[in-house]
Design a protein. Structure first.
Length: 763
C-alpha cells in the first residue's frame, strides 16, 4: 500500500551536500510498504516490509521505518539504504532527528559521489549539518568491483567537520589490506572544494638540470582566496621557492600573483647552454626570479581598473625555465610552451577605463622587457591616454566619430617624448538599393610631437597632417537548397560580395621620430575586392532527450532540428592604382580564408596568401581538429581522463621575402650569406593528440617538426595510468626540446580525491 503525507521540518540536507537552509515545509514525501499504520491522531507513522520513502531525488529503503511527526524523530532498521544524487548510505539501523539534523548510524557505509570518498564504521554519530564522528572507521577513494581497495586508511576515530575536513586519530595507512604506515593524527578533504594540505610531490629528470623534485603545499585561505607554495630542487641547476596567490573578492574584483625565486648555485658551465649567441644580453645570473600577476576591478561608479604584470630577471629565463612547470595559471589554449620560450619581449601594464554611453576614456601605463636586444633603447608608454566616441548629427544619417590619443614615450637611450594623435571622422552609411549597402568615411589626422632631447636627427617640435578617404559597397544574396536527406535536410548558401576603397596621400614623415607604426603611414590608393561564401546546414529532426518526470505523461516524443554553420570561404584581393600608373606590380597577394565544419566533431581551417604573379604561396596556415563526439561514460576525478579523444594537426609556412631574415634574428644589421636568403623563413608541422587506449590508460603526444631543417624542435609524449579502482593515477612523460637543447623526464603520482594537482598533462 502507499500513502502520501507531509512531514513538517524535514530539514536534513542531502547526503554529501553542504548544510544549508531547511527544505520547504510543503516538501511532499511518498511512503510505500507492505504494512503501513498511522496512530496517535496521525503523529505516529509506522511502516513494515519493503519500505520505500521518496522525497524529491532522495530514496530511503528499509525493512522497518518509524516516524514521529511531532518530535521529528525517524528510525529505520533492517538493510537500511539511502540513495541521493550526492551520494549513498548503507547501514544496519539509522536514528535521526530531522529538525536538529542529529542521529546515530550503526554499521554504516557512506559514499560521496563527487569526491569518490567512501567511509564506513561500527558506529557513526551525526551532528548538525554534514558533521560525523566515526568509531572504528576507515575511508578510501577507491571504487573496486571486487577485492580489497588499492589503499585505505583505518582509524580508531574519524571526525568529519561541517566545513568538509576529515580528521584521523590513531590511523593506519593500508596498501591492499597490508598496513604500511602509522598515522597518529592526520586530516584530509571530504568535499571536492579547496582544502589546505600538501599536494603530492612531482618528480622528474633532465639531461641539463638533473633530478627534479617539487613539493607544493596548498593553502585555502578563505572561500574567496587560496595560495600555493612550494620548493623546487634541480640537482644540476638550481633550488627555488614557488608561490601563487589567487583571490576573488567579489563579482567585480579579482586578482592573482605568481612569483618564483631560483638560486643557480648548483649549476656549472652555464654559458655552454646558451644556444643563440646573437641576443644582446647573454648573462645567466646566479639569482633568478619571475613575477606574473593580474587584477581586474569594477567600481560602483563605472570606473574599471586592470593590471597585467609579466617580468623576469634575465633574457634567458623563459628559454630555460618552463613557467607551466612552476605555476598553474591559465594562459589560454592558444599559448603553448614554445610561445613562451620564443617570446621576444614581455609587457607589463596598468590601466583604467570608463564608458559614458558612446564615449570611452582609457588610460594605461605599459612597460616592456626586451629579450633579444638591449633594454636601454626600449620604449615605454608612461602613460597612454585614449578617448574615442561617436555622435549622430541630428536627424541625418551622418555620424561624427573621433579618436584622440596622447602617449608619453620614455627610454634610457634614444629619442623619446610626447605624441598627440587626433583623428576626427565623418561617417555616412549608404543604402543604394534594398539589398545593396555601403558607407563613406572622410577623416582628418593631426599628429604632433615634442621630444625631450634636442640635437638629434629630428626637430624637437614637429607635426604631420594627412587625411583618409574610405568607401565600401556590398550586398548579401542567399538561397536555400532542399536535400531531404536522412541526415542533412537543407543547406543555405549566402554570397557576400564587397568592394572597398582606401586613399591616403603621401606625406613628409622623415622629420618626425619613429616610435611605432603610427609614425610611418605610406601612401595608399587601393581598391579591395572581397567575396565571402557562407554555408549553413539544417539537419534532419531527431528525438530530444528530456529528463524523466514520473508525474507527467508525454503525448509524443519531442523532436528538434539542429542548425549550424558548415563552413566559410573568403577571398580578398587588392588593386594598387598608383602602381598601375607606374607600371609596377598592381595586385596584392590573394588572401584565402577557409573554414569547414562538416560534422560537429571535425573542423578544418586554411589561411594563405597567394602571389598572383608567379602563383606562389607566400604564407600558409592549415589546421585539422578532430574531436570524439561521444559523451564521457563516467565521471573520473582526474581531469585528463575526462577529456575526449582528440587530434590536432597544423602546418605553418612562410616564404622568404624582403627583410624576412629579421623574423628569425632581430639583431641583424646586414643580411647574411646570400645562400641563406633563398631559404624559407618557416616550414613547420605540428601535432597534438590525446587518446584513451583503454578506460584506464591515456596516451598524450605533442610535437613540432621543422620541415625546412628536417628536425623536431619539440617532442613530448606521455602515458597516464588510472587504477582499476579509479583512486590513483601515475604518469610518465618525456620531453625533448632544442631551445634549450635538453631531454627531460617527469613522473607524477596522485591519490585522487586527496592530493590531486590542479593541472593536467594536456594543459
Amino acid at each position: 500500500m502507499a500513502l502520501n503525507f507531509i512531514l513538517f521540518g524535514w530539514a536534513a540536507p542531502a547526503l554529501g551536500a553542504q548544510a544549508g537552509p531547511a527544505a520547504a515545509p510543503s516538501e511532499q514525501i511518498n511512503v510505500s510498504a507492505d504494512n503501513l499504520s498511522v496512530g496517535d491522531s496521525g503523529t505516529q507513522v509506522e511502516a513494515r516490509g519493503n519500505v520505500e520513502v521518496r522525497r524529491g531525488e532522495t530514496i530511503l529503503r528499509a525493512e522497518e521505518v518509524r516516524v514521529n511527526r511531532k518530535t521529528q524523530d525517524v528510525e529505520a532498521k533492517g538493510k537500511v539504504s539511502v540513495e541521493d544524487p550526492q551520494g549513498s548510505l548503507k547501514a544496519d539501523s539509522v536514528r535521526l532527528n530531522l529538525e536538529q539534523e542529529t542521529g546515530e548510524i550503526q554499521n554504516g557505509d557512506l559514499f560521496y559521489s563527487r569526491s569518490h570518498l567512501s567511509l564506513s564504521g561500527r558506529r557513526l554519530e551525526k551532528f548538525a549539518g554534514q558533521a560525523y564522528r566515526i568509531d572504528d572507521g576507515l575511508f578510501t577513494t577507491c571504487i573496486c568491483a571486487s577485492g580489497p581497495p588499492t589503499w585505505k586508511i583505518g582509524a580508531e576515530e574519524i571526525e568529519l567537520t561541517a566545513e568538509g575536513t576529515g580528521v584521523v586519530k590513531g590511523g593506519t595507512f593500508y596498501l591492499l589490506d597490508i598496513p604500511v604506515l602509522y598515522l597518529p593524527y592526520a586530516f584530509f578533504p571530504v568535499r571536492t572544494e579547496r582544502q589546505s594540505g600538501f599536494l603530492f610531490p612531482r618528480l622528474g629528470s633532465s639531461s641539463k638540470e638533473g633530478f627534479k623534485f617539487e613539493q607544493p603545499f596548498f593553502w585555502a585561505v578563505s572561500k574567496s582566496t587560496d595560495a600555493t607554495f612550494g620548493i623546487d630542487l634541480e640537482t644540476r641547476a638550481r633550488i627555488g621557492l614557488l608561490s601563487e596567490l589567487r583571490t576573488v573578492l567579489s563579482r567585480d574584483a579579482e586578482g592573482q600573483l605568481n612569483a618564483a625565486y631560483f638560486n643557480e648555485g648548483l649549476r656549472k658551465g652555464e654559458q655552454k647552454s646558451i644556444v643563440d649567441r646573437t641576443i644582446a644580453n647573454q648573462e645567466i645570473p646566479k639569482d633568478r626570479w619571475n613575477i606574473v600577476a593580474s587584477h581586474r576591478h569594477a567600481s560602483p561608479l563605472g570606473w574599471k581598473s586592470y593590471s597585467d604584470i609579466f617580468a623576469v630577471s634575465d633574457d634567458l629565463f623563459l628559454r630555460e625555465i618552463d613557467l607551466r612547470d612552476i605555476h598553474t595559471f591559465d594562459l589560454g589554449p592558444a599559448v603553448r610552451d614554445r610561445d613562451l620560450r620564443t617570446s621576444r619581449f614581455s609587457r607589463s601594464r596598468f590601466g583604467f577605463l570608463r564608458d559614458w554611453g558612446d564615449v570611452r576614456l582609457q588610460g594605461e601605463w605599459a612597460f616592456y622587457q626586451d629579450f633579444v636586444q638591449e633594454d636601454e633603447p626600449t620604449l615605454h608608454k608612461t602613460p597612454q591616454v585614449l578617448v574615442r566616441g561617436r555622435h549622430l548629427l541630428g536627424d541625418s544619417p551622418l555620424e561624427l566619430r573621433w579618436r584622440a590619443e596622447g602617449v608619453n614615450y620614455l627610454r634610457k637611450e634614444g629619442a623619446d617624448g610626447l605624441r598627440l594623435d587626433l583623428r576626427p571622422e565623418l561617417f555616412w552609411p549608404i543604402r543604394v538599393a534594398p539589398h545593396l549597402l555601403g558607407s563613406f568615411a572622410f577623416a582628418l589626422r593631426e599628429t604632433a610631437y615634442h621630444l625631450y632631447q634636442s640635437g638629434g636627427p629630428f626637430d624637437r617640435n614637429s607635426s604631420r597632417e594627412l587625411f583618409e578617404v574610405r568607401g565600401k559597397l556590398g550586398t548579401s544574396l542567399g538561397r536555400v537548397f532542399a536535400l531531404d536527406g536522412p541526415t542533412l535536410a537543407k543547406i543555405r548558401h549566402v554570397v557576400e560580395p564587397e568592394i572597398s576603397y582606401l586613399f591616403i596621400p603621401r606625406t613628409q614623415d622623415r622629420d618626425i621620430p619613429i616610435f611605432d607604426g603610427t609614425d610611418r603611414i605610406n601612401r595608399r590608393n587601393l581598391l579591395t575586392f572581397a567575396l565571402a561564401n557562407r554555408f549553413w546546414g539544417k539537419f534532419a529532426e531527431r528525438p530530444i532527450a528530456v529528463p524523466e518526470d514520473r508525474d507527467v505523461e508525454l503525448v509524443g516524443a519531442p523532436v528538434g532540428a539542429e542548425v549550424r554553420e558548415l563552413g566559410t570561404l573568403r577571398l580578398a584581393l587588392s588593386y594598387d592604382v598608383d602602381r598601375e600608373r607606374k607600371g609596377g606590380d598592381t595586385l596584392s597577394d590573394l588572401g584565402v580564408n577557409l573554414r569547414v565544419n562538416p560534422r560537429d566533431y571535425l573542423a578544418l581551417g586554411f589561411d594563405t596568401g597567394l602571389n598572383p604573379g608567379p602563383w606562389q604561396f607566400t604564407q600558409v596556415a592549415a589546421l585539422m581538429s578532430l574531436r570524439d563526439p561521444r559523451p564521457m561514460a563516467r565521471r573520473v576525478l582526474d581531469r585528463d581522463f575526462m577529456r575526449p579523444n582528440h587530434l590536432d594537426v597544423s602546418y605553418r609556412f612562410v616564404r622568404r621575402g624582403f627583410l624576412a631574415e629579421l623574423a628569425e634574428n632581430a639583431n641583424l644589421t646586414t643580411l647574411r650569406d646570400e645562400r641563406l636568403i633563398e631559404r624559407n623563413v618557416l616550414g613547420e608541422l605540428g601535432a597534438r593528440a590525446l587518446f584513451h587506449l583503454t578506460d584506464h590508460l591515456l596516451l598524450i603526444y605533442d610535437s613540432i617538426y621543422n620541415a625546412r631543417d628536417r628536425r623536431f624542435t619539440a617532442n613530448r609524449g606521455a602515458v597516464k595510468l588510472l587504477s582499476q579502482c579509479e583512486c590513483w593515477t601515475v604518469s610518465f612523460s618525456v620531453n625533448r626540446s632544442t631551445n634549450p637543447d635538453r631531454t627531460s623526464f617527469k613522473f607524477d603520482f596522485n591519490l585522487l580525491g586527496l592530493s590531486s594537482g590542479a593541472k593536467g598533462l594536456f594543459e
